[in-house]
Design a protein around this ligand. Structure first.
Ligand code: LAG
Ligand code: CA
Length: 463
């Protein structure tokens, strides 16, 4: 039995005893606080059926702690099949291009059984700008009159325009982001409605939320909404992380009192490092968000498309960047798995808009299944909170460091090299977890000679 399985087995009992008789929560499922891992898999735009299978077959066995999925509410059904229609809510029914409410519920139950918490993308700053028909059949003829709101629930009479002056905090939070009708989140009725939508998911077992466009909602409004929320099924408060890019109001730190924040600076610095000099990562912790507030990422669906961050097109470099993210102790890591695209607006593989089952060999990107990512997720869980020691860069483009019982070396150069590392580990012969023990690492007098192919890593765990 692995350490993770042991922990799950032990905590399963505790979780069951402490959990209230919440809905839809099998008694054997441990509370999120007891989940063994903290790594989040961002299965963006995957349908619920595919997430269900992935939790059971891959994410659970690999030691992921949570899965983060795309917005579950009914949205605009754009005739072109573009991905971004899901950011235009039509109703708060949990029937979407990703599946039915029944499939959504089954996904949550399966992921819990596999030892994962479930986080969803919460689009609560706005509703749809485009009129039409939604995935559950809702018709929208007036953008200020969807089923769940009335015209006076919007800021339209205060600001009917799109945000244009991004240096003006009031405008950023009260005018329309891309023409999307902006909810008056200072109003009690709107707060109640949003809380009701989030509560409907908590009642089904959802464990937390990524708050879409949080920069455009005053933090005080969010705090007031969260105060209305029920607990999760386990009794814990939901885990909430905010999308707030830096540079102009409101800034990431304005949301620390409300919850965690996705760290754009971190992804910026990772990209700069792996496309340039990886050794600058020695000082990564400077000029990024403080770890206690940070949910880190290497890329996401927006920043891979606008090229701010890395994408699957960077191949082994993106894998190596994610290996680093899992190895370095800072914040809560996320691993992004989306789909391939040729043009920015191209949607996921779909049938009349409804997303079809994921095929990792055909159009989908399954980074979380990459053997290096699977191995490093286990390594990340095993080293726990151990600090970085033995930092070294024995050649240009090459770094290595120790974390307690673990040592990792990354070669970001274009040539393979045989390099000497001071591991700090006890002498012995260790398995290279990255290639599933096909190669071994001999530590003699604390030192290891490692053969590192270009754009690969070697990692060992001395247990
Ligand atoms: C987000 N985070 O704050 C999402 O991560 C991001 O993907 C969302 O934009 C945005 N906020 C709003 O939820 C996406 C697309 C936009 C798209 C928008 C609404 O990146 O391109 O806008 O979703 O669907 C589209 C058109 C715009 C148009 C707008 C309104 O691209 O040209 O103005 O719809 O019709
Ligand atoms: Ca707003």
């Amino acid at each position: 039995m692995t350490l993770r399985r042991l922990l799950l087995a032990v905590t399963a009992g505790i979780g069951a005893a402490a959990a209230p008789a919440g809905p839809a929560a099998p008694a054997s499922v441990p509370a999120p606080a007891n989940f063994a891992g903290d790594v989040i898999a961002n299965l963006w735009s995957w349908n619920w059926r595919s997430v269900t299978a992935e939790c059971t077959d891959h994410l659970g066995p690999a030691g992921f702690g949570a899965v983060w999925v795309a917005p579950p509410a009914e949205s605009l059904r754009h005739p072109s099949g573009t991905w971004w229609d899901v950011y235009q809510p039509y109703s708060y029914e949990l029937t979407s291009r990703f599946g039915t409410e029944t499939e959504f519920t089954e996904m949550i139950e399966a992921c819990h059984r596999a030892g994962l918490a479930v986080f969803t993308d919460a689009v609560i700053n706005h509703t749809a700008a485009l009129t039409g028909v939604g995935y559950a059949g809702t018709e929208l003829a007036d953008k200020y009159d969807p089923p769940m709101y009335d015209r006076d629930d919007y800021h339209v009479d205060e600001c009917p325009n799109q945000i244009s002056r991004w240096t003006d905090a009031w405008e950023v939070q009260h005018c329309e982001l891309l023409g999307l009708p902006d909810l008056a989140t200072e109003r009690r009725a709107v707060r109640d409605r949003i809380a009701g939508y989030l509560d409907s998911q908590l009642a089904l077992g959802v464990d937390g939320f990524r708050i879409d466009a949080a920069k455009h909602i005053p933090a005080a409004d969010l705090t007031a909404i969260y105060a209305r929320l029920a607990s999760t099924w386990s009794g814990a408060p939901p885990f909430i992380f905010h999308e707030v890019f830096p540079g102009g109001p409101a800034e990431p730190e304005d949301y620390f009192a409300a919850g965690a924040v996705l760290d754009f600076d971190y992804a910026d610095r990772i990209k700069t490092a792996v496309l340039g000099d990886i050794s600058i990562l020695a000082t990564l912790d400077q000029r990024v968000l403080p770890p206690e507030h940070s949910v880190t990422f290497v890329t996401n669906h927006d920043t891979e498309r606008n090229r701010r961050h890395l994408s699957y097109e960077h191949g082994a470099t993106t894998v190596l960047a994610n290996v680093f993210q899992l190895a370095w102790p800072h914040g809560r890591p996320t691993i992004y798995s989306g789909f391939e695209w040729a043009t920015r607006d191209q949607g996921p593989p779909n049938d009349a808009g409804f997303v079809t089952d994921t095929d990792c060999g055909a159009g989908w990107v399954c980074l979380h299944r990459d053997p290096a990512i699977v191995a490093m997720t286990a390594w990340h869980n095993a080293v726990g909170a151990a600090p970085v020691t033995n930092w070294q860069s024995p050649a240009a483009g090459v770094i290595g460091f120790r974390r307690g019982t673990g040592f990792v070396a990354l070669n970001n150069g274009d040539e393979s090299g045989e390099l000497t590392f001071a591991t700090g580990l006890a002498d012995g012969s260790y398995c290279n977890v990255i290639d599933d023990c096909a190669t071994t690492v001999d530590v003699v007098d604390g030192t290891a000679e490692l053969v590192l192919a270009a754009t690969t890593a070697v990692a060992v765990l001395a247990e």
